[in-house]
Ligand binder design. Sequence first.
Ligand SMILES: Nc1ncnc2c1ncn2[C@@H]1O[C@H](COP(=O)(O)OP(=O)(O)O)[C@@H](O)[C@H]1O
Ligand SMILES: [Mg+2]
Length: 401
Amino acid sequence: MNSSPPLPATGAVARLSRHAQVLSGQLQALSATLFAPTSRKALRSFSSGEVARFLGVSDGYLRQLSLDGLGPSPALSSGGRRSYTPAQLGELRAFLAQSRPREALDFLPRRRAGDKLQVVAVANFKGGSAKTTTALYLSQFLALEGYRVLALDLDPQASLSSMFGYQPEFDIGEGETLYGAIRYDEARRPMREVVRPTYFEGVSIVPGNLELMEFEHHTPRAMVERSLRGADLFFRRVAGAIAEVEADFDVVVVDCPPQLGYLTMGALNAATALLVTIHPQMVDVASMSQFLLMTSDVMAVIEEAGGRLDYDFIRYVVTRHDPNDVPETQIVALLRNLFGEDVLGATVWKSTAIANAGLTKQSLYELDKGAVGRAAYERALDSVNGANQEILNLVKKVWGR
Ligand SMILES: Nc1ncnc2c1ncn2[C@@H]1O[C@H](COP(=O)(O)OP(=O)(O)O)[C@@H](O)[C@H]1O
Ligand SMILES: [Mg+2]
C-alpha cells in the first residue's frame, strides 16, 4: 500500500480553512479587477425615448418641455440626442405630477395613505429556478416605474446583494444583514440601520451574507429558553423589522433562501404576496410539488400559532423558458391547466443576455442596447417587462387602482 494515510481531522480542517482563505483572497482580487466597487458603480442615463416610455408620455412632449426650459434639463449629445440621469427621471416625475395634477398618480404612483405596503416574497427550494433574477428585475422595474423599493436578501449566498454591488464577504459586516434586526440578543439593532441605498435609483437593500444562518441556529434555543410572545415570536420577527421602515417604501421584494427554514417562515408570514418561480422542466416541476406540500404544511403550523397568511395574490412565474422547446411548452401548458390564472400570463424567456447580465453584474435595465445584440436584448427585455407589468398590475389592484 503506498497510498497516504487518511488525513487526521485537524489536518482536514486546516486544509479546508486554508482553501477558504486562498479562494477568498483570489475572489476579492478577481472582483476588484472585473467589477467596479460599489462606490464607483453607477446607473447609466436614459435616452429621452426610454424616459418617455417610463412616464407614459410622448418623446415629442419631453422635447417641448426641455425646449421651454421646464423640468430638469437633459444632457445633449453632439448628435442632438437628449438623455436624463436616473435622478432627473425622478425630478421629471415630480414636475409632471405637479403640473398635471389630474394625472399625478400616473407620474408619481407611490402608495397613498391607506394603501397597504406590498411585501412580495419570491420563493422556491429549487436552486437555479431564477428566484434572485426575478427579485432583481422586479425591484429594478418597480423603481423605474417610480416606486420606492426595498430589496430584502434573505439568502445566505447573497447573490441579490452582489447584483446590487455589495460583496457579501467583504462589504457586509457583523449585524449588517436582516439578522442584525431580528436577532434574539441585546445586539439587535433598529431595521433602519441595516437598510442601505443602492446605486440603482429607487432601490434600497438589506443585504445578506452567511450571518443569516445564525437565525436558523438560534431560533430553536430562543424558543426553549424564552417564552416569546406576539411580535417576538420567531415567525413574526421579519414582519416586525419590515414594519419599522414601512413608511419609506411602497414595495418590499424578498429573495427567499432555497430552503424552508425559520427565516423563510418569517418571510412567508411577512409577505402580502407570493411568487413561486418555475423553470419548466420535469425535474423542477417534480421538486416544486414537494415545495408546495412542505410550504402548505408550514403555513398551517404558522396559522395554528396565530399567524395570518392571507396573500393578496400568489402567482407562478415561469422563468428561463425556451418557447421553442416542445417538452417545455408542454409543461407550461400543463401548469396552466392545473393552476389556471395563478400562472402569470407572460413567461420570462431564457436568454443569453440575461445569463450574461448575471455574470457581469449588470441587469438588462442597465445595459445599453449596443452592448448586446439588439434583437436579443429587446426580446429578453420584453419578456421580463411583460412579467413585471403583470405583477405591478396585481399590486395596483390591491391599492384599488
Ligand atoms: N431568463 C433567464 N435566461 C437565462 N439565464 C437565466 C435566466 N434567469 C436566470 N438565469 C440564470 O440562471 C442562473 C440561476 O438563476 P438565479 O436567479 O440565481 O436562481 P436562484 O436564485 O433561484 O438560485 C443564474 O446564472 C442566472 O443568471
Ligand atoms: Mg438565488
